[in-house]
Write a protein that binds this ligand. Structure first.
Ligand code: SF4
Length: 303
């Protein structure tokens, strides 16, 4: 496995509660990395020897701005490239955005990607994101946008390359999107979803790490826990042909997951992720360690 990117979910908490959110970000969510835990993560990533880049995501990472600044500085001290994904709520003016970003630039931040779409504002070009991007460019950061289309149920395959982050196109129907957005959307027969279109599950190049130590191949699909086994051990031990969920997905996508585990299903689903996420929810009792944590399946206080 050539794992080069570690996407760290600094927190599950978010000031928004977007309908399309994969990770169920919410003000009511729990789970935040501490600096001591992050230092241990960097040590483990260094020991693995192949990680080049860490990306800080959430939830909303700017909710923990001082910790984020220190986390970026320490990542750079360990020799990693450092990037951030944010919803840009903090960019109330360009002048203010510069104040938020300046300490991150001084800490060595390389890039920032901001959400700009109708999930994060009333215009596709969300004003706070435009201000944040303008400020970031003034400070010399590499910039990018995540702009997700309103839900239509059709995702152009051109927008997706397995294993790469999603930055555009239709919603992927997993996480909160399965509860909030699927009503009235067209369905395809469940047997037609015979591949995972979006993740390279056999040989992942990047994985997500949450504040509970879970290393996610896809949100809620775990390959191990970094607080229980080292990253090196998890990577060395990873065998997609014996992982109880990945094995089915590689053989025949979410449809195979349903067939092999004899799961109840409806005639149709909006996309592969809709079937996969629904099937995985039904399998959590049997495979709690690899279909985890509760946060990724919308189970948290007040939800
Ligand atoms: S939800 Fe399932 S089908 Fe969708 S990207 Fe994740 S693993 Fe693949």
């Amino acid at each position: 496995m050539s794992l080069t990117g570690l996407h760290i979910l600094l927190t599950y908490q978010c000031n928004y509660e977007c309908d399309h959110c994969f990770v169920w970000g919410s003000p009511r969510q729990t789970g935040v990395f501490t600096l001591a835990q992050l230092e241990d993560v960097y040590r483990q990533a260094d020991e693995l020897g192949t990680i080049r880049e860490v990306y800080f995501e959430g939830g909303e990472v700017f909710l923990y701005h001082p910790i984020l600044v220190k986390a970026v500085a320490r990542a750079k001290a360990w020799g990693f490239q450092a990037g951030i994904v944010s919803n840009a709520y903090w960019a109330t003016t360009q002048e203010d955005a510069l104040v938020w970003l300046q300490p991150l630039v001084e800490a060595g931040l390389d890039s920032i990607t901001l959400s700009s779409d109708l999930f994060h504002g009333s215009e596709m070009e969300t004003p706070s994101s435009q201000r944040g991007l303008a400020a970031a460019e003034l400070l010399g950061l590499d910039t990018g946008s995540i702009s997700i289309d309103p839900p239509s149920g059709y995702r152009d395959p051109a927008y997706s390359e397995p294993g790469l982050p999603v930055t555009s196109g239709d919603v992927m129907y997993r996480g909160r999107a399965v509860e909030a957005l699927i009503e009235g959307l067209p369905r395809l027969p469940w047997e037609s979803f015979t591949t995972c279109p979006y993740e390279d599950l056999a040989n992942p190049g990047r994985v997500h790490l949450d504040p509970l130590g879970n290393l996610h191949l896809c949100q809620g699909l775990v390959m191990g826990n970094l607080f229980q086994r080292s990253l090196t051990q998890i990577v060395q031990d990873y065998d997609p042909t014996t992982h109880p969920v990945v094995e089915s997905l590689l053989k025949g996508g979410p449809a195979k997951l349903v067939q092999q585990h004899g799961l109840d299903h409806k005639p149709g689903y909006v996309d592969a992720c809709h079937l996969c996420y629904t099937a995985r929810q039904a399998m959590r009792v049997e495979f709690p360690e690899v279909l985890s944590p509760n946060q990724m399946y919308g189970e948290f206080a007040g939800n």
